[in-house]
Design a protein around this ligand. Structure first.
Ligand code: MF3
Ligand code: CO
Length: 260
């Protein structure tokens, strides 16, 4: 069952998502050559705490493992779930995806953005642009009366037409009182569209294309979390939490000026 949020639930989602977006914005401003991903993660911890919120990543349980950091910081060939490390120093030419999930007042906001450090090669620039466009296009399809497969298909078409590939092992998702709720939102059409869920008003959806410059395949490192591309080529990730309504999709993870 896909949860439909009540008026009260939507109000709370607006708050948690606005905070998630503000944290992400402030963390982006800290990205610079010479900083370690550990220091960025500590910054995420402090910024999240400054809003009276909690990192939904820290302690997140997958099987017997608990995620040990406050944010997901994934550099270059790392796709998602990178763990901050003192040894990982950002250099000009790197890209880093910042994925921030916060819980505030019982509701979760989830968003991600990939930042370039200094000058990056043109094809990597294109990777970032196309992934961000894919997110925007996916959001435009999150319309009441459409199906989840309309989102998936539109993202996949955009990405593949530009010669990039979509990651299949991880998918977007409903989000609310839990980080991962129904439905799953693949970035590719995984079945006939008619068999994917109908979009109704009051759904809160985390749409998150993960796009590789090379092949689609990924593997998980021995830390049990960090997902990297199998071929070592760069990967990008952009994410928003979106509310569906009769008035059209509304991006909830927008940083409100009063929170910055
Ligand atoms: N933003 C990620 C997602 O959408 C969640 C982070 S996974 C965690 O699934 F392990 F860090 F919590
Ligand atoms: Co997510």
């Amino acid at each position: 069952m896909i949860p439909i949020k009540s008026k009260e639930g939507i109000t709370r989602m607006r708050e948690s998502c606005a905070i998630a977006a503000a944290v992400l914005q402030r963390l982006k401003d800290r990205v610079q050559p010479g900083i370690s991903t550990y220091d960025l993660d500590q910054a995420a911890r402090e910024i999240i705490a400054s809003y009276g919120a909690r990192s939904a990543c820290y302690g997140y349980q997958l099987g017997s493992r608990r995620y040990p950091a406050y944010s997901c910081l994934s550099v270059n060939d790392e796709v998602v779930h990178g763990i901050g490390s003192l040894k990982r120093i950002l250099r000009e030419g790197d890209i880093i995806s910042l994925d921030i999930v916060v819980e505030y007042n019982g509701y979760i906001g989830d968003n991600a953005y990939t930042v370039a450090i200094g000058q990056i090669p043109p094809r990597v620039q294109e990777l970032l642009r196309v992934t961000q466009e894919a997110l925007e296009i996916g959001i435009r399809h999150a319309v009441v009366g459409n199906r989840i497969g309309d989102i998936s298909e539109s993202v996949q078409k955009h990405v593949e037409s530009r010669g990039f590939s979509v990651v299949r092992e991880m998918v977007g998702h409903g989000v609310g009182v839990s980080m991962h709720e129904e439905p799953q939102i693949p970035n590719f059409l995984d079945r006939p569209k008619k068999r994917t869920d109908l979009i109704r008003p009051g759904m809160t959806l985390a749409i998150e294309p993960m796009v590789n410059m090379g092949g689609a395949r990924t593997k998980t490192l021995s830390d049990g979390w960090t997902v990297v591309t199998s071929d070592g080529a760069p990967s990008a990730h952009f994410e928003h939490t979106v509310l569906t309504s009769e008035k059209g999709p509304e991006i909830l993870t927008i940083a409100r000026p009063d929170l910055l």
